[in-house]
Design a protein around this ligand. Structure first.
Ligand code: ADP
Ligand code: MG
Length: 321
């Protein structure tokens, strides 16, 4: 199949977004937007680094790649509208598997009524997918990591560690409870778009999505906001079958595992009830897990566990090390 047939095969027949003026088919896409701030992000996924065919079907590879991008927009409080896909295709990837990658993305794009409006297609030695997402947020309402303030409630959506638990189940033998749940969280995570956009009436909320583990994401909020965060281990939400895994794995996955694509946030105590209401309206599990304090000498994340306090340092996966 040549490049042009391929592009034709992934093209949407109709578009959903009214701000789109020109989609796929010219040198570039055109969007018309005057009233809102435009939010955009890009993420790249490389075979062997971010996924392998052993633990993900091609459908999941596409689904998860787009979900990760939508999660970034959610963490900005933005509604997603468009995505562009740049793909490097090696010879050993067949056309059916490629179609499945795009089907994975289409499944998500349908749920969120977003449109594929462009991209690039080239050949290469490894499969790599780079997705650019574009979304909109009410003027001045983007949610930054730098917005945390002392005495805020720290909250998190969903349960943590599930994605890494799912990967563990996919790569190890054994009988485990809630196997499907953990594997689904790994292969098809739910980006918290509806919850994040539902917070748009709040004056202030700091948000960060959990792609590299809560220790990292909380540290990023601390650095950007020049505050400290205290977390309580017994408040960190996990699945009810999470305790079946060895203790050390539980600890590592929930604090450093990442790829749960849940949202970590902070909000004033007086707005916490409103956040819980939005969570309820969008069927989003949510938990208070700690609080924000003034950083005296140390901006950082402190964990209360078994009546002891220790600092959680960043330690996710770092490229170029
Ligand atoms: P150009 O040579 O002008 O860069 P291309 O032949 O690369 O144009 O692309 C033609 C059209 O197809 C453009 O609208 C481009 O955005 C779209 N396109 C190419 N590859 C992809 C892809 N992987 N996903 C979505 N759209 C694509
Ligand atoms: Mg091109």
């Amino acid at each position: 199949m040549d490049e042009f047939l391929f592009i034709d095969s992934i093209k949407q027949n109709t578009y959903r977004q009214s701000s789109l003026v020109k989609g796929i088919g010219d040198d570039a896409a055109v969007i018309r937007q005057t009233s809102e701030d435009i939010v955009t992000a890009v993420d790249t996924f490389v075979e062997g680094i971010h996924f392998t065919k052993n633990t993900m079907e091609p459908f999941h590879i596409g689904y998860r790649a787009l979900a990760a991008n939508l999660s970034d927009l959610a963490a900005m409080g933005a509604s997603p509208a468009f995505y562009l896909v740049s793909i490097i295709i090696p010879k050993y990837w067949g056309k059916d598997d490629l179609a499945q990658i795009f089907n994975g993305m289409k499944a998500l794009s349908k749920s969120y009524k977003i449109d594929l409006i462009g991209g690039d297609t080239v050949s290469g030695t490894e499969l790599a997918i780079s997705i650019t997402v574009i979304g909109f947020v009410e003027k001045g309402k983007a949610r930054y990591r730098s917005m945390a303030q002392a005495e805020d409630v720290v909250f998190v959506t969903g349960t943590l560690g599930d994605s890494q638990a799912g990967l563990h189940l996919l790569t190890n033998q054994g009988n485990y409870r809630n196997r499907e749940h953990f594997i689904r969280q790994h292969q098809m995570p739910v980006p918290r778009v509806n919850f994040a956009t539902g917070l748009n009436t709040l004056a202030r909320v700091a948000l960060n999505d959990i792609s590299d583990g809560i220790a990292n994401e909380a540290s990023e909020i601390c650095e950007a906001s020049k505050v400290a965060i205290t977390l309580y281990d017994e408040w960190i939400p996990t699945n009810d079958a999470y305790h079946q895994f060895p203790e050390e794995l539980q600890y590592n996955w929930k604090y450093f595992g990442g790829e749960d694509f849940e949202l970590l946030g902070t909000v004033s105590r007086s707005d916490w009830d409103k956040v819980k209401k939005v969570a309820e309206e969008t069927s989003t599990p949510i938990n208070e897990i700690g609080y924000v304090t003034i950083a005296d000498s140390n901006t950082g994340v402190f964990l209360h566990k078994n009546n002891k306090v220790k600092q959680l340092h960043k330690q996710g996966y770092t490229h170029l090390k």
